[in-house]
Design a protein around this ligand. Structure first.
Ligand code: ARG
Ligand code: ASP
Length: 712
């Protein structure tokens, strides 16, 4: 009897906690029918689960591809035409660019299929089907086995499952874990490798706003590019050949240009990469208080040095621009992530949940036997290992952030593994050396080394530093500039010429004596001897814990289904078109228009340059059927839970028609990888009407629209 008020209270608390944690979600297409379709339909979706994912007839899933390994793309014609982001096609566009044909700057439009450009190494994968293979994957696995034993058995089982598929078909098979080792799914893919570049706007459109606007709303980026998939005469994958013909997909998306309204149902169907929504509070604490600050500080320093050098010389600016964008992308995301997690008090939310969880555990003795030690065990692991984890961050973000150490690491494979072993083919090294130095600026790199090493030295105690720091301390009296300048002076890696000379007269002894190579080796020795033994042990324990914690959270959630973390497999997220309040007293609208591009140009910044043709179209309000009320829509935001890898994903309306292409998230919402906050997390979408307007009115490639199914 006395228990009752407590029980009611705890039930109330449970509901609140769950609301705080369980919104958002990236759902498994095969299980939409079971878990989501009802909710989706209540929110306005007009589709059946079968329209979204089916293995018996064509469904939306057949129009979606994983593009190039890290992005998503979608088919928009029955002749294999696909659309993805500009930043996803960037590498391919860059490879075809030269001073004479600068497609990055000027854009590229094939005016006929003959002009489309092949891309060596670029592939797209279609999901044929997925299947729950948990029982097969866990065959002979018992709770008594150690984690390494368990993992090795699982690997063997997975290999068997994959082989069965791959030996009996032309498909590729993958088995992926869901819910931290509690469930396994088989994915069967058909992979195409003749994928040709069809069109890309100039960077002033496709990358409008650059790093200034990256991760930000309001946004005005025309972030799209187009490719075409080619197949052999039987519509099967084939390596590039002039005999290949456009691929005819089982399904392509219709494009709806009627426009969007606030609160419209939206759905994102794509390949999100990695999220961590079910972490322990100490893991979130480690991220917010240790990992992110270190990453941000090191990248802050590196970016400032790069910026200085890029401002001084056009040559350096061009050489470093792609590297800069890459370093800045993570840096800016983590800043937003930390701020967001702090604002919502994520650690406290997790702690509240854990208190509730502990209560739940204590309600039944069987539970407390199975899960009773989980929370404490996590706490100890983080207490004992966070310094080693931080040392690993420093190794990646400071030592390996020095470009030339990255190059030196490649040379390691030139060392004989055994005494007297013949060395591998050296010729490949000439090529990688040449491409390295093409985009290399030694003055920047030297400064980066001195500055980042010093931060490492100042932050981490001696036992968490590689051996070479001792020499800097004793021989150089901690003068990092002097140390760096000496190291570079004596190294073969100081220039392309010296490096090539070394390759001409390759000597193991000389490589081993090289001071930059030694920095690499000293770091690896330190990692292998001091850090890895600790981390691999704790990773094993962590794996067991994650599995138990996830399993028990699922049990505790009862009837409300928890979505599995992203793992680069096809997922469905749903939400609606909506703005948000980024701060007290501020409201952001859900859409942007071309006028905003002209307003940004007035700020006179490098990232806000507007093409004259676009200005003319704007002045004449020549928007064709793509504009509305004298305005040209550009981007919009919605509350779909997305992450890296979702770039290029189709954003669909209630009927499953394409209304936009996903490309980013808002800064206040990058925390969604760890905790999704429905009030502030938004995905940023290119309005499909802007893409069509650019193709048609700006580029004059309107013929491409003839093969699309456009609804208006
Ligand atoms: N933030 C987006 C995503 O993670 C877009 C990155 C490309 N754009 C840029 N300006 N760097 O990948
Ligand atoms: N820009 C990301 C991508 O490239 C998407 C995101 O993180 O929201 O996949």
């Amino acid at each position: 009897m006395i228990k009752q008020p407590k029980l009611i209270l705890s039930i109330l608390f449970l509901i609140v906690v769950r609301l705080a944690l369980a919104d958002g979600g990236m759902w498994i297409p095969m299980l939409i029918e079971k878990y989501n379709i009802e909710t989706m339909q209540k929110k306005g979706c007009k589709l059946s689960a079968d329209d979204i994912y089916s293995i018996n007839h064509s469904s939306l899933k057949d129009a979606i591809v994983q593009f190039g390994g890290g992005c998503t793309g979608e088919l928009i014609s029955n002749d294999g035409l696909l659309i993805t982001n500009h930043h996803c096609g960037y590498g391919s566009i860059q490879k075809h660019s030269s001073v004479e044909h600068d497609y990055l700057t000027d854009g590229f439009w094939a005016m006929s299929k003959k002009e489309e450009l092949p891309n060596d190494g670029l592939t797209v994968s279609f999901l044929i089907l997925m299947q729950d293979v948990t029982t097969k994957t866990l065959e002979n696995v018992t709770d008594e086995q150690s984690e390494p034993e368990r993992q090795s058995l699982i690997r063997k089982n997975i290999e068997k499952i994959r082989k069965e598929v791959e030996d009996s078909s032309r498909y590729k098979a993958d088995v992926e874990t869901f819910y931290s080792g509690n469930q396994y799914f088989l994915f069967i893919y058909e992979i195409f490798n003749d994928v040709r570049l069809v069109g890309a706007p100039p960077s002033s459109i496709g990358k409008f706003g650059g790093d200034t606007d990256n991760w930000m709303w309001p946004r005005h980026t025309g972030d799209f590019s187009m490719f075409r998939i080619y197949a052999d005469k039987d519509n099967k994958p084939a390596s590039y050949s002039t005999d290949n013909v456009p691929y005819h997909p089982k399904k392509s998306l219709s494009i709806n240009i009627n426009g969007i309204n606030e609160n419209d149902f939206t759905m994102v169907f794509g390949y999100p990469g990695h999220t961590q929504e079910y972490l322990h509070s100490d893991a979130v604490k480690y991220i917010v208080e240790q990992r992110n600050p270190v990453r941000i500080k090191l990248r802050d320093t590196k970016l400032a040095i790069m910026r200085d050098h890029m401002l001084e010389s056009d040559k350096v600016r061009i050489q470093l621009s792609s590297k800069y964008a890459h370093v800045a992308n993570g840096w800016k995301k983590w800043i937003g992530e930390s701020k967001g997690l702090e604002r919502i008090d994520a650690i406290q939310i997790k702690k509240n949940f854990e208190a509730q969880y502990a209560n739940w555990i204590n309600q039944e003795s069987e539970r407390s036997t199975k899960y009773g030690s989980v929370l404490d065990h996590y706490r100890h692991l983080y207490e004992d290992n966070s310094s080693s984890m931080l040392a690993r961050e420093f190794i990646y973000e400071s030592i390996f952030a020095v470009d030339v150490i990255g190059l030196a690491s490649k040379f390691n494979s030139l060392l004989p593994k055994k005494e007297g072993e013949k060395i591998d083919d050296i010729s490949a090294f000439y090529q990688s050396t040449q491409s390295f130095y093409k985009d290399y600026d030694i003055e920047t790199d030297k400064e980066v080394m001195a500055a980042l090493f010093e931060i490492y030295y100042q932050t981490m105690p001696e036992e968490y530093r590689p051996e070479f720091f001792k020499k800097i301390e004793t021989k150089y009296h901690s003068d990092f500039n002097k140390f760096t300048s000496d190291v570079f002076k004596k190294s073969i890696f100081r220039s392309e010429e010296e490096c090539k000379k070394f390759l001409d007269k390759f000597s193991v002894k000389k490589l081993n004596e090289d001071p930059i190579f030694q920095l690499y080796q000293s770091t690896i020795d330190f990692y292998v001897l001091k850090i890895n033994p600790i981390l691999s042990l704790s990773n094993n324990e962590m794996e067991t814990l994650d599995r138990l914690y996830m399993k028990s959270q699922i049990e505790m959630a009862g009837d409300s289904v928890l979505f599995p973390d992203a793992n680069f497999t096809l997922r469905v997220a749903f939400g609606k078109v909506e703005g948000y309040e980024p701060a007290d007293g501020v409201e952001y609208k859900y859409k942007t228009t071309l006028s905003g591009i002209m307003e940004k140009e007035l700020l006179g910044m490098y990232d806000y340059v507007v093409d004259n043709k676009l200005k003319e179209l704007y002045k004449a309000k020549d928007y064709g059927r793509y504009g509305k009320d004298d305005e040209m829509p550009v981007c919009f935001i919605a509350s779909n839970h997305t992450t890296g890898g979702n770039s290029g994903s189709p954003v669909l309306n209630a009927n499953g028609e394409l209304i936009g292409v996903n490309f980013d998230r808002n800064w206040e919402g990058t925390m969604s990888d760890i905790m999704y906050d429905p009030d502030r997390c938004r995905n940023i979408v290119l309005d499909i009407r802007y893409a069509l307007f650019i193709i048609d009115k700006f580029a004059g490639a309107g013929y491409l629209l003839d093969e699309m199914n456009i609804i208006n």
